[in-house]
Design a protein around this ligand. Structure first.
Ligand code: ADP
Ligand code: MG
Length: 282
């Protein structure tokens, strides 16, 4: 079966034209190849500037490769004829909800995407209601988005993506600007979308969020350095350090207990597992 996302040897260079000197270019993504089968939940980690957002913007044709190709359900993002089809197949949710909200009424904002696709008004009404219910914001449908909390606004942005009926949603650090409650609610929605069959790409800098995915892709300097189940990655202290990622608290505690000579298994990586391992020590 054709994977929903196929990225082959993707390289992207930002070009800077300066009036004084010659134009310079910066390679933000460097020869990246991977596939995502339909229905997978992939987390992407990597330090700031490692190329995650640049990669994300290639997945629905917001950026086009300098070299290499991106196919969405077999459609090459370079082909103009496919761009609307690609944009309705892969939705995007970004970090800052304020930059994604375009209307002064919540439900108009959610309707914006399907209206642009030329969807029938009756169908739009249905989709908007359904999308608002899916993110728990139906009651707020007539409110002004600027009256809502950051977490609520982000849920509206997600409803806007859902209303396009995408098969895949790319979330680029969707919880970075939210408080813990807002983060939790957004992660809950992401899990429910995944359970409903939507392919999820979640870029995050929260290790705990990355641990919840089926698969983890780690980027460094525009390249993929690791591509494996998160459990395998977080069992390996050296890999975490090599990616220059911060050690999740539970992993740091596990490593310290091991260093102190306690027989704690290196596979321990959740609070429950650590408590169980400690209880078994006496
Ligand atoms: P990440 O999302 O992992 O933080 P980005 O994809 O945003 O990384 O950026 C990768 C690299 O590309 C960084 O070094 C960044 O400074 C550079 N970059 C990002 N956007 C631009 C841009 N519009 N123009 C020039 N350089 C950029
Ligand atoms: Mg980014």
């Amino acid at each position: 079966m054709e994977p929903i996302i196929r990225v082959e040897n993707l390289t992207f260079e930002y070009r800077k034209v300066s009036p004084e000197g010659p134009a310079t270019s910066f390679r933000a993504v460097d020869g990246v190849t991977f596939e995502v089968p339909s229905g997978e939940f992939v987390a992407v980690l990597g330090m700031n500037g490692s190329g995650k957002s640049t990669l994300a913007k290639h997945l629905n044709g917001l950026l086009l490769p300098t070299e290499g190709d991106v196919w969405i359900e077999g459609m090459n993002t370079r082909e103009d004829d496919h761009i609307w089809n690609i944009r309705s197949t892969v939705g995007m949710v970004f970090q800052n909800p304020d930059n994604q909200i375009v209307s002064s009424v919540v439900e108009d904002d959610v309707a914006f995407g399907p209206e642009n696709l030329g969807v029938d008004p009756m169908e739009i009404r249905r989709r908007v209601d359904e999308a608002l219910q899916a993110v728990g914001m139906y009651e707020q449908r007539l409110k002004a988005p600027h009256m809502l909390s950051g977490g609520q606004k982000q849920r509206i942005a997600i409803a806007g993506a859902i209303a396009m009926r995408p098969k895949c949603i790319v979330f680029d650090e969707p919880t970075a600007m939210l408080d813990p409650k807002g983060r939790h609610q957004v992660m809950d929605i992401i899990h429910r979308l995944h359970e409903a069959g939507i392919t999820v790409i979640l870029i995050t800098h929260f290790m705990e969020e990355a641990m919840q995915a089926d698969r983890l892709i780690v980027m460094k300097d525009g390249r993929i350095t690791d591509d494996m189940p998160p459990r395998d990655f977080f069992a390996d202290r050296e890999r975490i350090q090599r990616a220059r990622l911060e050690m999740p608290a539970i992993i740091a505690l596990r490593e310290e207990l091991i260093r102190q000579g306690l027989p704690v298994d290196a596979s321990v990586q959740t609070e429950e597992e650590l408590i169980e391992a400690i209880c078994q020590l006496q």
